[in-house]
Structures are given as structure tokens and as C-alpha cells.
Design a protein around this ligand. Structure first.
Ligand code: TRP
Length: 456
């Protein structure tokens, strides 16, 4: 096997868009977006979210893909190649570390999805006389230690297996057929949710902005969620870009990925938030929100059980195409920089991630201590998924934007984007957003949040 075969490459341009959309579309859209929107005021959050996608996410995505294609490396290698011997390499290390930790807690939620697939198939939601019992069912489920640990381990192993099989075979095949199908099911689900009696209050919450609810926390949440959902700030798109060919049009591909990803998230909101209102659940319910809302929508649909099986299966697969892309970052780092074999890299990363995932899995009721940490007053899952999630991704994106805009420089990046005569139509807009808008906004949001937390 030659070195380039060991790294792999995309089969086609559409294959790349689908695979990156597969990375971007995942639990971030379907599980996290609705509950974060629910906690942060609904429609105002959505509005700020869209602005963040356009002015921060889209430009950073172009930057990451370009870095990756130019260097054909993982984040650490990419930065080392372009800025040898400088401290910039720590940005790459932050990416790898963030990848590890996100992978570990993300698999906990993916495990819940698998558990709910089983529960739906076994008919646990067949006769819900009172839709609010879904709340009790979720609490009992998430606080059973062995079940959640087993399901997490299952999902980590599944991801490890796919990543071990390599880039093309594993990732592309899945995304190609199943993402469009997920879209169809979500549309049906949204239609049912919106037409439930009592759903209109939820629609108002989701669509009519109440500007008095804007504060720095809403802005931070929207920014972090946009980066998380688009798979930015930890080098996933650097790694994916490294498998792109020079013929591909990076800005157009990035625009497609942003559009698909945002569309799915907005759609998930239309399915969940009206149902929350109709079922009398709380918008600010937290990470359990979709697991409580979804089964009650199935209960109100003809053939709901089959629909539920299909939906949880597709959410599970969407999660898998995302976990694969997260794991790919530390694995590509070890294969490229440490010259490990792929198999060893996968085994080691998965084992470490499993150890890290145990406390995250036990933080939703199984362990009294982890579910309500002293001093912080929050559960371990929320703490770790915020730190290694919105916060570290925003820091990562900030440095990636500064690196590409100022250190590597926009003109070199443009050369890369325009190789093989690709026209970069929005070149000037990108120049301005990557050099100024994205880094300045992220910095201001951080300073303000910091000020607010400690002196506010
Ligand atoms: N974006 C994915 C989701 O929405 C998760 C994900 C995959 C991710 N790769 C990432 C998040 C890299 C941050 C960084 O579910």
C-alpha cells in the first residue's frame, strides 16, 4: 500500500459534499439544536444562530477546508507545515484534545439513541395514555448505569470499526443514501407535530422573536451551537479537506454543507418545539428533551411505532457519520504524525475515549455525585459538553481564523482556492469575514461572557 492509499481519498465531489454533510448533520442538529433553542428563548436564538452560521461558520469552514487541501494533513500536521517551529502547533493539539473529549460524551447520547431504537421496537411507547410518562421513562432509562455504559461502549466500538475500514468505504456509502431519507422523515414528523392540538404556542415560541430575551448567554450559545453543528473549530474539516482534490470548488461545497446542515436543524426545531408545547413538556428540559418529545409524537401518529423505529435508526446513522468524523481527527493525527498503523490508532483512541465517557454516561441520574457536582451545581455531562463543545470550538475557530487570515495569509489561501481555475466569487467578502468579523466577534463574545460571569 502506498502512503496516499493508506490515507485514502474521496471517490467523487458529490461524495465529499455528502460525507461532510454527514459529518455536520448529526445529534447536533436533531438532539442539541432543539434543546439549546428551548433553553435560550426560541426565536431570538434561531435568528442569532443564522447570523452566526453566515458570518462565522461559513467563512471558518472555507478556511478549514482550504488548510486541509493545501497541506493534505491533519490539523497538527497542517499547521506545522505552514508555520514550522512556531507555537501555532498548540492550536492543532487543542483540536486533537477536543476531538477526544467530544467523541467521548457524544457517544453517550448516541448510545441513548440506540437504547431508544430498542425501546420503540419493543413497544415501550405503544400505549401512552398520558404523554408526560415519557419523562419518567427517560429518567429511569438514563439513570440505569449498566445500560448507558454498555450502549456507549457499543457506539464507540461501532465508530472504531467504521474508521478502521478507511475513508471511502465506510463514510461515503452510508451518507449517500440515508441523509435524504432522514430529511423526508423529519418533514413528516414536523407536519404531525405542528398539527397537534396545542402546538401553536410552540410555533410562536420558535418563530416570533422576543428581543427582551437576548443576552450574552444566548449569543454565546448560538455561536457555539453553530460551530458545533457545522463541525468546525477542531479540525474535522481540515482533515476532510485533506482528502479533497484540487478540482473541487471549496466555497461552493462549503455553502452546500452549511445549507443542508442548517436546514436539518431548523426542521428538527419545527418537529420538537411544537410537540413540547402540545405535550405540556418544558422547553428548558435539557439534554433529555427529544427523548421525551419524540415518543409522544409517535403515539399520536398512525403507524407511529414503525415511524419511530425508522427515525431513531436514521438519527443513529446520522450520529455515526458524525462520530466517525470526530474520531478521524485524533486517528489521522496518530497515523500521520506518530506513524502509527491505523488499527493501533483506532484501538488506542477508542479505549481512552471509553474511559472518559464513563463519568459522562453516569451524570444523568446514575451517580448522585456526577449528576449534581458540588460547587458548580451542574451535572458532569453539562460541564464537559459545554467546555469541550461550544467553548473549545469557539477558541479553536478563533485561532484557525487568525491563522488563515493573518499568519498563512488570505492571499495564499485564495491561491489554493483558485487553483485549477476555480472562481472565488465571494473572495472579498471572505477576506473581510475571516480577518475581521469572525475573530473580532468571537473575542468580544468571550470577553463579555467572562466579564458577565465574574463581575456581572
Ligand atoms: N456536527 C456534528 C453534529 O452536529 C458533530 C461533529 C462532528 C462535530 N464533527 C465535529 C462537532 C467536529 C464539532 C467539531 O452532530
Amino acid at each position: 500500500m502506498t502512503a496516499s492509499q493508506e490515507r485514502g481519498a474521496w471517490g467523487s465531489r458529490v461524495g465529499f459534499i455528502l460525507a461532510s454533510a454527514g459529518s455536520a448533520i448529526g445529534l447536533g442538529n436533531i438532539w442539541r439544536f432543539p434543546y439549546i433553542a428551548g433553553e435560550n428563548g426560541g426565536a431570538v436564538f434561531v435568528l442569532i444562530y443564522l447570523l452566526c452560521v453566515f458570518f462565522i461558520g461559513f467563512p471558518v469552514m472555507i478556511a478549514e477546508l482550504t488548510l486541509g487541501r493545501n497541506t493534505e494533513k491533519n490539523p497538527v500536521g497542517a499547521i506545522k507545515t505552514l508555520a514550522p517551529g512556531s507555537s501555532w502547533k498548540y492550536v492543532g493539539s487543542l483540536c486533537v484534545l477536543t476531538g477526544f473529549v467530544i467523541f467521548s460524551w457524544y457517544c453517550v447520547v448516541a448510545g441513548w439513541v440506540v437504547g431508544y431504537l430498542y425501546k420503540t421496537a419493543a413497544g415501550h411507547f405503544s400505549n401512552l395514555e398520558d404523554p408526560s410518562v415519557t419523562e419518567t421513562i427517560f429518567i429511569n432509562f438514563a439513570s440505569d448505569p449498566w445500560t448507558v455504559i454498555f450502549l456507549t461502549l457499543f457506539f464507540i466500538s461501532l465508530t472504531g470499526y467504521v474508521v478502521f475500514r478507511g475513508v471511502k468505504g465506510g463514510i461515503e456509502k452510508c451518507s449517500r443514501i440515508l441523509m435524504p431519507l432522514l430529511l423526508v422523515l423529519l418533514v413528516l414528523l414536523a407536519v404531525r407535530a405542528i398539527t397537534l392540538p396545542g402546538a401553536s404556542e410552540g410555533l410562536v415560541f420558535y418563530l416570533k422573536p422576543d428581543f427582551s430575551k437576548i443576552d450574552i448567554n444566548v449569543i454565546l450559545a448560538a455561536m457555539g451551537q453553530a460551530l458545533f453543528s457545522l463541525s468546525l473549530g477542531m479540525g474535522t474539516m481540515i482533515t476532510y479537506g485533506s482528502y479533497l482534490s484540487k478540482k473541487d470548488n471549496i466555497p461552493t461545497s462549503a455553502a452546500w454543507v452549511c445549507t443542508f446542515d442548517t436546514g436539518i436543524a431548523i426542521l428538527a426545531g419545527f418537529a420538537i418545539l411544537p410537540a413540547v408545547a402540545a405535550m405540556g413538556l418544558e422547553y428548558g428540559e435539557g439534554p433529555g428533551l427529544i427523548f421525551q418529545a419524540l415518543p409522544s409524537i409517535f403515539g399520536a401518529m398512525p403507524g407511529g411505532q414503525w415511524f419511530g423505529i425508522g427515525l431513531f435508526l436514521l438519527i443513529g446513522i446520522a450520529a455515526l457519520t458524525s462520530t466517525v468524523s470526530i474520531l478521524e481527527v485524533p486517528v489521522a493525527y496518530m497515523v500521520d504524525e506518530k506513524k502509527w498503523l491505523r488499527k493501533k490508532a483506532v484501538l488506542v483512541t477508542c479505549s481512552v475515549a471509553f474511559i472518559l465517557s464513563v463519568p459522562a454516561a453516569l451524570a444523568s441520574g446514575a451517580s448522585e455525585f456526577l449528576s449534581n457536582l458540588p460547587i458548580l451545581g451542574k451535572d458532569f455531562f453539562t460541564v464537559i459538553s459545554t467546555l469541550f463543545g461550544p467553548i473549545s470550538l469557539a477558541i479553536g475557530s478563533l485561532f484557525i481564523a487568525i491563522f488563515v487570515g493573518w499568519r498563512w495569509t488570505v492571499s495564499k489561501a485564495k491561491e489554493e482556492i483558485e487553483s485549477e481555475n476555480v472562481r472565488f466569487v465571494i473572495g472579498n467578502l471572505w477576506n473581510f469575514t475571516i480577518k475581521f468579523i469572525a475573530p473580532v466577534t468571537i473575542t468580544i463574545v468571550f470577553i463579555y461572557t467572562f466579564w458577565n460571569t465574574f463581575f456581572g
